[in-house]
Structures are given as C-alpha cells and as structure tokens.
Write a protein that binds this ligand. Structure first.
Ligand SMILES: Nc1ncnc2c1ncn2[C@@H]1O[C@H](COP(=O)(O)OP(=O)(O)OP(=O)(O)O)[C@@H](O)[C@H]1O
Length: 352
C-alpha cells in the first residue's frame, strides 16, 4: 500500500494551471524526486504536500489518512527548503532542538535526540557553534538534522543542495542518500538537476508544464524515456527523423536499421533516438554510416565528438582510454548496438 498518495492533484493560480492532475504513490521508505525544468510545477506540488499551498482539486493521503485540507502544522512533516534558513541567534544544538521543544518533548530526551541527529549528519563537534560559524554544506546538514529529529513520516526537500558548489554538492548527494537509507524516512525531493535526481532517487517523477509525464526508476527513465523532451532533458540524445519500414526496422534516409519494437505501424513517422555514449567511432567504411569529425571536446573521463554525417550531425561520447583522440577533420565510421536504439513518436519537431 502506498504511504503518500496524490490523486489527480491540481493547482490553479488564478487562471494559470501550475499543477495538472498529478497522480503519485510513494511507498514507505522510498526516495522519490520531482524533476523538471523551471516553472514545471515541482515546488507547487511539494508545497501542497507540505500544506503551505491549498489544493485546487484532487486528494492527498498520508498513511491512509486524507490530509488534503489539513493544516501544515498538523501534518508533522520534515521540511528542508533552499530558503528555509536556520535561526541565526541560536546554536546548532538549539536549532535542532527547537522542533522537539515545540512538541513538548522532555528535556532529557530532547538532549539525547539532538545528539543522535547531529551524529547522523556528522556535526556532533559543532553543537555549540552558531550558523554563521558553519560552511554552507554544514548549514544544510543542520537543516537536515532539524527536519529529521522530529522523526517525521515524510521528509520534503526542495532543492536542498542548490546553494552548494559542485564538489560539495556531489559529496552531499551521497551523504543525503546514506542518511536517508539509514533512517528510512520516506522522502520527496524537488530538483531541476537530472544527475542529482538519478543518483539519489529510487524513482523519478519527470514533470513538464504541470504534468507528471513519466514516473519510473532512474535507469528506466534514462534507457526508456517516454518522450522526446525526456530523452533530452534526462541525459543527451541523438534524434533522427525516421519512418517505420516493418516491425522493428526503421528507415533513416537511405539507411534501414533495427530498433526496439515500440508498436508503431509500418509507414509511421518516428524519431530514432540513440544516446551519445552508445555510439562507437570505428574505422571509416566499417560502421553503419561514415562521417567527419567536425569538433572534439575533452571532458576528462571522456571525449565528446561532433560528427557530420549524411543523416545530420551526431554527438559521440567515447571513453578516454589513454589513446590519442581523433583529430578534427578525421573521417570515421559510426556504429551502435541495435538494442540501444529507441523509437519515439514524431509529433514534436526535432530541435535544430
Ligand atoms: N504564488 C504564485 N502565484 C502565481 N503563479 C505562481 C505562484 N507560484 C508559482 N506560480 C506559477 O506556477 C508555475 C509552477 O511554479 P513552480 O514554482 O511550482 O515551478 P518549479 O518547477 O518549482 O520551478 P523552479 O524550478 O523555477 O522553482 C509557474 O508557471 C509559476 O510562475
């Protein structure tokens, strides 16, 4: 049975439909991310779960209880928002203790629980410091301890790491996931960062223009994106216009290749999609198609090539295996395994 359940949840601001009939079932202990571009309705959805925004229509249930119209402070949820600042005049320990005091938790128990929460985020040694004496990452860890100390049924995180620099952000992603696994709190996180959503979550909800358009495990979303938008928002994709010849055969210009059988009828216009790291550069004449390296970029662990071909320009990501990279102007063949090719409906135009 789902622990947190959203049924047809919709939000209007005046005549603007910010969130449109979102259905989502989160299991107990699951870590789910709401992922999408700016303005797609992620924060509004989270705010409705938190009780800070009223639901226009639909229903929200927590552990079988209808909380659609319950006041925020009766929901007992743990919340870490990007702008949810710590109390500057209180020590770290007092910040974490605050929620317990409000809940009239006895002093001795309070001290013990604050200690445990700070140990969880590795800040025991900083209990007596003030927020201004901490780094950005440490402050966010205090905010996390403050949310977790009340042992909430659900933890809501809105871009909790977006103020941190890239390196710290990566470390905190790992730490956040470890802490969540340890305490097992059901968690819903908002992020616009696809790699963050993929690396931390059990499942990802991709949102577009107020709608949840794909809900699945990160690996499924990446390998089987449901639309052209998702294939390019979550990772990169080479998209080529094609036409179904028969079954799983698709015509790309003069080339006929295999792809997954996605149930399209013969003659249907489709988008053929293959991820850059699934393409291999081989000797000219030895691949499915020949091309010329127009530009190459060094990414550290990989080389990225822009290759001009008769089908259009293709992006190829090759591992940096220590061998010299191909020069610009070099002729090369391109190959890919059949099972890596996907077909998407061609109802949207291919971006230039
Ligand atoms: N208080 C408000 N009044 C009117 N419109 C709002 C309000 N809050 C949000 N919106 C609109 O609702 C839509 C969804 O906004 P929301 O903040 O949920 O998006 P988001 O996906 O979280 O974006 P971001 O990543 O930029 O925070 C947007 O079009 C936004 O302009």
């Amino acid at each position: 049975m789902s622990f947190l359940k959203l049924t047809d949840v919709t939000k209007f601001y005046g005549t603007t439909r910010a969130v449109s009939e979102v259905n989502l079932s989160v299991e107990k202990g699951e870590f789910v991310s709401l992922l999408g571009p700016s303005g797609c309705g992620k924060t509004t959805t989270l705010q409705m779960v938190a009780g800070f925004e009223a639901v226009s229509s639909g229903r929200i249930e927590l552990d079988g209880r209808d909380i659609t119209h319950a006041k925020a402070n009766t929901r007992g949820l743990g919340i870490v928002f990007q702008t949810y600042a710590l109390f500057p005049h209180m020590t770290v320990a007092d910040n974490v203790s605050f929620g317990l005091e409000m809940r009239r938790c006895p002093k001795v128990e309070r001290g013990e629980r604050v200690k445990q929460a700070l140990a969880l985020v590795h800040l025991e040694a900083h209990a007596a410091r003030y927020p201004r004496e901490l780094s950005g990452g440490q402050r966010q860890r205090v905010a996390l301890a403050r949310a977790l100390v009340i042992e909430p049924p659900v933890l809501l995180l809105d871009e909790p790491l977006s103020n941190l620099d890239a390196k710290l952000r990566e470390e905190m992603q790992f730490e956040l996931r470890q802490i969540q696994r340890k305490v097992g709190t059901t968690t819903v996180m908002v992020t616009h960062d696809q790699s963050e959503a993929m690396s931390i979550s059990d499942r990802v909800v991709v949102m577009e223009a107020g709608r949840a358009t794909q809900i699945d495990h990160p690996h499924r979303v990446y390998e089987h994106p449901g639309s052209r938008f998702i294939s390019t928002f979550v990772g990169k994709a080479n998209l080529l216009p094609g036409r179904i010849a028969a079954g799983n055969r698709v015509e790309l210009g003069t080339l006929t290749v295999a792809a997954e059988d996605a149930g399209f009828r013969p003659g249907a216009a489709v988008l053929f999609s293959v991820r850059p790291e699934k393409l291999q550069l081989v000797e000219a004449g030895r691949g499915r198609i020949d091309g010329t390296v127009r530009e190459r970029f060094f990414l550290g662990s990989q080389w990225m090539y822009a290759v001009t071909t008769p089908l259009g320009e293709l992006t190829v990501l090759s591992p940096n295996d220590g061998r010299p990279a191909l020069d610009e102007g070099h002729a090369a063949g391109i190959d890919w395994p059949d099972h890596c090719a996907r077909l998407l409906p061609a109802d949207e135009q291919v971006a230039a």
